[in-house]
Design a protein around this ligand. Structure first.
Ligand code: SAM
Length: 275
């Protein structure tokens, strides 16, 4: 059987007696027009190595394979593997299935050591830790196109001064250019979640913080946004407060929400030099 001959996703689910389980954050995209659109947002995919987290019934996986990608799909729920195996058989060796928790896999081993993209309709309960895991790699993925709850997507792309601006925006945008590229209503999923979703595309900046500076940025942003309404001299007290701000050239009476990404990088650099 070829990809084009596979039955509709709903039929595959029924044939395998599969249903969504809340514990795995399962909300499926069963409309191939939508999954193909997500694949187009991550173009080009021809001969590109992709890691997909949580293929579930395989709707996005099919679209990625149709676009010519080589896909390694990591699924924690073993129930889906027989269905996905049918997809693998239709994909001429371009789909590798791994039963594992994406939080603990080694992406380099999955991707064969070369560059890779990560494209996924992420399980909501682990979306943010997975993004931080990928951003913290010495070499982040060549591109990421990731579906999150819309509120999380907004926290990733928010600019300084916006309400959603915080730790996630600073860390994401220090490493990558991030843009919200697609909105999806809850009804697009089966079963529908309680909230709307959005796809964020992230592409690594040419100049991005080395791992030690990123670790320092994580400490600074945790402290600064942990008490976001306080002045930096007080929220950063344990890390050096006024002295640290002075070393970074940032007025200590400012609040975290007014500091752009570049300012946080200056603070992180000052902390690194002090330690
Ligand atoms: N990609 C499918 C789609 O778009 O229809 C399913 C998306 S569903 C939101 C999330 C998927 O991630 C489910 O298949 C779920 O079993 C899987 N999953 C949940 N936690 C996981 C984890 N820690 N590691 C790998 N897969 C996980």
């Amino acid at each position: 059987m070829s990809l084009a001959d596979l039955p509709p996703l709903r039929e595959s689910l029924e044939a395998h007696g599969l249903f969504a389980k809340k514990a795995f954050g399962q909300h499926f995209l069963l409309d191939l027009n939508i999954t193909r659109k997500i694949a187009r947002l991550a173009a080009p995919l021809e001969d590109v190595q992709v890691i997909e987290v949580g293929p579930g019934p395989g709707g996005l996986t099919r679209a990625l394979l149709e676009a010519g990608a080589r896909v390694t799909a990591v699924e924690k729920d073993a129930r889906f593997l027989p269905l996905l195996q049918e997809l693998a058989e239709a994909a001429d060796g371009r789909l590798t299935l791994i039963e594992a928790d994406a939080l603990t896999v080694d992406e380099d081993a999955l991707a064969g050591g070369g560059p890779f993209k990560v494209i996924s309709n992420l399980p909501y309960n682990v979306g943010t830790p997975l993004l931080i895991k990928w951003l913290s790699r010495p070499e982040p993925p060549a591109q990421m196109a990731l579906m999150f709850q819309r509120e999380v997507a907004q926290r990733i792309v928010a600019r300084v001064g916006e309400e959603a601006y915080g730790r996630l925006a600073v860390i994401s945008q220090a490493v990558c250019e991030a843009a919200l590229v697609m909105d999806l209503p809850a009804r697009a999923f089966t079963p529908p979640p309680k909230v709307a979703s959005a796809v964020v595309r992230l592409e690594p900046r040419a100049e991005r913080p080395a791992p030690a500076l990123l670790a320092s940025l994580e400490r600074i942003t945790a402290a600064a946004f942990g008490q976001r309404r306080k002045m930096l001299r007080s929220s950063l007290k344990a890390l050096g407060g006024e002295t640290l701000c002075e070393a970074a050239g940032i007025a200590a009476d400012r609040r975290a929400e007014t500091i752009p990404v570049s300012g946080f990088l200056d603070l992180a650099q000052a902390l690194l030099q002090r330690d």
